[in-house]
Design a protein around this ligand. Sequence first.
Ligand code: UDP
Ligand code: MG
Length: 323
Amino acid sequence: MALLSIVLPAYNEEMMVERAGERLEELLKREKIDFELIFVDDGSRDATWFKIQDIAKKHHFIRGVHFSRNFGKEAAIFAGLAEAVGDCCVVMDCDLQHPPETVIEMYRRWEEGYEVVEGVKHSRGKESLGHKASAGLFYKIMTKATGIDMSRASDFKLLDRRAVEALLDMPERNAFFRALSSWVGFRTTAVTFDVQPREAGESKWSTWSLIKYAVTNIAAFSSAPLQMVTVAGAFMFVFAVIMAVESLARYFAGHALEGFTTVILLLLIIGSLVMMSLGIIGYYISKIYEEVKGRPRYIISRTVGEKNRTLQAADSCYNEGRN
Ligand code: UDP
Ligand code: MG
C-alpha cells in the first residue's frame, strides 16, 4: 500500500493548522488513500507549534517539526521532505489556498505513473495591482533564467520518492523549490487549480520579503546578471571609441575645452557602471561564500510524532477509513 506524505509549511498559522489537518484527513480517508501529514513550523511566534503538538498527539498520522527560528518557506519545504517517509510527497500551503481536492487529482496522476505533478495556477486569486505587476516581472525574469515557464508555477506539487531523494541530495543552500522540482526532470505532468481565498490569518509576504525572495532566486538560478555586465561593458566600449574619435577631432579642430562636459559625463557613466558591476559581482561572491560555508539549511529544535511509527500507524488509518 502506497503512502502519501503531505508537507505543510506553517508560519504563524495558529488558525489554520487544525482546519487544514481536518480537511485533509476527511478527504483522504474518504478517498481511501494512506497518508501522513507533516507540519513544519517555520519558527512561528504565535501558538502554531502548540496546535501542531496538540493534533499530533491526537492523530498518529500527523507529525510536526519545529524550527528554532524563521528560516523561510523554502527551508520548511526541504525539512518536511527530509522528514517524509511516503512513496510520494505533496507540498502544499497550510492556509488551504491550495485546494485539498487537487491533492487527490495529483495522487491519481502519480498512480498512473507520473513522478512529478506540478500544480499550475489557473487563476492567481485576489492580489493587489502592484503585487501583480511585480510578480509578473519576477516571473518573466525567472522564465528567461530557468527556461521553464514560471508565470503560473506554484509550490503546490507532488513528487515521487525518487524526485524527493534527488532534491534532498542537492548540496546547494539557496534552493528555489519551485524551479528545482522541474530542473530534476522525471516524468512530469501538471494539474491546474484555482488559488482559493485565505480562510484565516494573513499573507506572510511583505513587499520587502518578496523583493528578497526574487533577488535570491534569480541569483540562485542564473548568472545572467554577470553576463549583463559584460554586454554593458561592450556597449560602453563602442560608445567610448566614438566619443574618443569625436573629442580627438575637436582637439585637432582647435576647440578642445568644449569637450570638458563629455569628460565629466564619461566619468560619471563609467564610474556608475563600474560600481554596479562590482555590486553584482559582490553579490555572487557572497552567494559563493554562503555555499562554501556549507551551513545547514535549517535547524530543527523539536519534533513530534515518530518517523518509524508512521508507516504502521498510517496503515491502521487506512483500515479505519475502509470500515
Ligand atoms: N510560510 C512559511 N515561512 C515563511 C512564510 C510563509 O512557512 O517565512 C508558509 C505559510 O505558513 C503558508 C505558505 O508558506 O503555509 C504560504 O504563505 P502565505 O500564505 O503567507 O503566502 P501567499 O499565499 O500569500 O503567497
Ligand atoms: Mg497563502
